[in-house]
Design a protein around this ligand. Structure first.
Ligand code: GDP
Ligand code: MG
Ligand code: ZN
Length: 344
C-alpha cells in the first residue's frame, strides 16, 4: 500500500492541476504509457524527504532506489505512481532559478517553474543597482519574468529616485512600491498572483521577504514565516531561512521564498545578460569591429553613446564586469575563442 496522504488543512479542497500551475507545456511531455501516473508538484524538500501537492492533496513521495532528492527542487512537476507514491520521473522545467553552491562550479536549481521573480529591495543602503542587475540576469536566463519590489518607502524622502533608478535597470521592467506589512501589498501584486501562477522572492536579508510571504498567504495560515528579529542560523552563524516550500496565496497562485540566493555568481547567463543590457547589445552591430569590447576601439558605437550622453557610463562598466565574470565562470566546450576579426 502507498503512504497515507498527509496533513490536509481542515478546510482542504481538492486542487485542480491548473490551479497548481499545470499547463500544456507539461501535458505534452506525458507519454501514452504514462497515462496512469499522477502529475504532482514538489512542495517541500528537506534532506531526504520530499512532499508534493496533487489533485488529492498533500503527499509524501518515495524515491526510486537510484534517485536523489538533489534531482528535484521546489516547484518541479513529477509523474508519480499513485499506488506507491513513488516518483517515476521529473518533467522538464519551463523555468528554473539556479544558484551556484559555495565553493563549487556546478549550478543547483533553487526553484523551478516560477512564472515571476519578485526581486525585493528596500529604499535604503540595500538598494544596489549592480546586485539588482545580477538578479535580473538570473531571472532572464531562467525564463522567469522579473519584477522589482521596493519596500520601506516609508523610511525615505527620496522615493522617486529609487523608483527611477529601478525602472532604468531593464527595458520594460515593472517596479512596484509596497509595504509588505499591509494587505494592500497583496492587492498590488495580484496581477502576478492569479490562479496557477507561481512567484518567488529573492533579495537581501531584512528587506521584507518573509513579511510579504505572510501577507500574500493571509492570516491564520499554518506555514507562516519567521520575520524580523526572530532568525534562524546555520552552523556557521549565518542567517538562514530554512523552509523552502510552495505556499498557497490567499487568492490563488503560489509563492516560494528562496533562501540561499544571496551569493549571486553569474555563469551560463549570456542571454540573460543580453536581455538586461539590451541598449548596449543593440548598439554593438554598429561598431566597426565585430568583437568590439566597447573600451577604446575606434568606431565604437557604444562609446559614442556614452559620449553623447544617451548611455550612462556606470551602466557600461557594470555590463562589462558581469559579462567578463560570466565568461570566466562559463565553461566553453567549443575550445579556444575565435580570433579578433574586423567586420569589413
Ligand atoms: N517600516 C517598514 N518596515 C518594513 C517594511 N518591510 C519590511 N519591514 C520590516 O523589516 C523587517 C525585516 O523583514 P523580514 O520580512 O523579516 O525580511 P526578510 O529578511 O527579507 O525576510 C521586519 O521587522 C519588517 O516588519 C516596510 O515597507 N516598511
Ligand atoms: Mg526572511
Ligand atoms: Zn563597440
Amino acid at each position: 500500500m502507498g503512504r497515507a496522504v498527509i496533513d490536509h488543512p481542515p478546510s482542504f479542497q481538492p486542487l485542480s492541476l491548473a490551479s497548481l500551475g499545470w499547463s500544456d507545456f507539461f501535458e505534452v511531455q506525458r507519454e501514452p504509457h504514462e497515462a496512469d501516473l499522477a502529475p504532482m508538484r514538489i512542495a517541500t524538500l528537506h534532506r531526504s524527504r520530499l512532499t508534493a501537492l496533487s489533485e488529492a492533496g498533500s503527499v509524501e513521495l518515495t524515491l526510486a532506489i537510484h534517485a536523489s532528492t538533489s534531482d528535484f527542487t521546489v516547484g518541479d512537476w513529477v509523474l508519480v505512481d499513485p499506488r506507491t507514491q513513488t516518483v517515476h520521473r521529473r518533467l522538464s522545467r519551463r523555468t528554473v532559478m539556479e544558484r551556484r553552491t559555495e565553493g563549487s562550479r556546478t549550478l543547483q536549481a533553487a526553484a523551478a517553474n516560477v512564472d515571476t521573480l519578485f526581486i525585493v529591495t528596500s529604499c535604503n543602503a540595500d538598494f544596489n543597482p549592480a546586485r539588482l542587475e545580477r538578479y535580473l540576469a538570473l531571472a532572464n536566463q531562467g525564463g522567469t519574468i522579473p519584477v522589482i519590489l521596493l519596500t520601506k518607502a516609508d523610511t525615505t524622502a527620496d522615493l522617486g529616485t529609487y523608483q527611477r533608478q529601478a525602472s532604468e535597470l531593464q527595458r520594460g521592467l515593472d517596479v512596484v512600491t509596497l509595504n509588505p506589512r499591509l494587505s494592500a501589498a497583496a492587492d498590488a501584486l495580484a496581477p502576478w498572483c492569479g490562479l496557477g501562477q507561481t512567484v518567488a522572492l529573492v533579495g537581501s536579508s531584512g528587506v521584507g521577504k518573509s513579511t510579504l510571504v505572510n501577507t500574500l498567504v493571509g492570516p491564520g495560515q499554518a506555514q507562516a514565516q519567521l520575520t524580523g528579529g526572530i532568525r534562524e542560523h546555520d552552523a556557521k552563524g549565518r542567517h538562514t531561512t530554512t523552509s523552502r516550500s510552495l505556499h498557497a496565496i490567499a487568492d490563488g497562485g503560489w509563492v516560494i521564498d528562496t533562501p540561499g540566493m544571496r551569493t549571486l555568481h553569474v555563469s551560463g547567463a549570456a542571454e540573460g545578460i543580453e536581455t538586461l543590457f539590451a541598449e548596449i547589445i543593440e548598439r554593438a552591430p554598429l561598431c566597426r569591429y565585430r568583437d568590439c569590447t566597447h573600451t577604446s576601439e575606434p568606431g565604437c558605437a557604444v562609446q559614442a553613446a556614452v559620449a553623447d550622453g544617451s548611455l550612462a557610463p556606470e551602466r557600461l562598466i557594470r555590463w562589462r564586469k558581469l559579462f567578463d565574470e560570466n565568461r570566466t565562470n562559463t565553461p566553453t566546450p567549443a575550445g579556444p575563442r575565435s580570433h579578433r576579426r574586423p567586420r569589413r
